[in-house]
Design a protein around this ligand. Sequence first.
Ligand code: ZN
Length: 293
Amino acid sequence: MRGPGTRVSCYLCGSEDCTQVHDRIRYGLPPRPYRCGRCGLVFLHPRMDPDEEARFYREEYRTRYAEEPAQASFEASLPEARERVGRFQGLLAKELDILEIGCATGAFLSLAAGQVRSVTGIEVTPGYAAFAQGLGVPVVASLDEVPEGGFDRIFLFHVLEHLQDPIAYLQALRGKLRPGGKLVLEVPNVEDILVSVYRIREHLDFYWEIAHHYYFSRDTLGVVLSRAGYHHEILPHQRYDLSNHIYWMLYGKPGGKGYFSGIFSRELEREYAKCLKDRFLSDTLYAVAEPGE
Ligand SMILES: [Zn+2]
């Protein structure tokens, strides 16, 4: 870990005018979240260097973030995978080859497979990769193993915030797209109403976590995509419901999704999500991007 005395500087704009925004991250680990006073990027500091990060993922990650068995993980991810196949229906077609980075157990690709020419996944967790292969989804372990210019669509769901150098990675992905190809990515939105407005102590202690180097907003995600050479459209999406938000307020804990579903109507849930999305206070952002000239 670069020492606590090291200067904090922003990955996007280099400014050293950065302010700590909370005094704790999940599990009480050493880094703290900072916001750049010039461009608004939120990031953890100090960052682990590559050796420390490799050691962390090897030795600590699995004990702190217990790896769910593949079958349970697959079943838990199916509802969201179905929602995504629906949301991105217009980007899927019979003549297209698609790639998903971080495909986990292959829920999204196995559902999308019937609507496209081919699916390919990249996944580093061997147990998840093997499970996806068992569903008939071809999986490799790294970007180097897939062909240049091989894909019409590349999907990354909640991957970008884990990367040390997201701009360099997105630049590398340009080479994997065919002419006319599109990149689709989803990240947490740091303007999430829980973080930017409600500011529940227990939620903030949980929200900031060591595996996320960056916390993007509509503006800073736009800068990252532009700097990597993409034209883009960024849209809001809401994953968690009103019950989950009230549960945080009442009990200071996660797990409240659907808790009040016997009381709240679907119209109320839809209207609440719409209020958040209209103001970009939703928990999630997604972008559809195309390489520029
Ligand atoms: Zn900055």
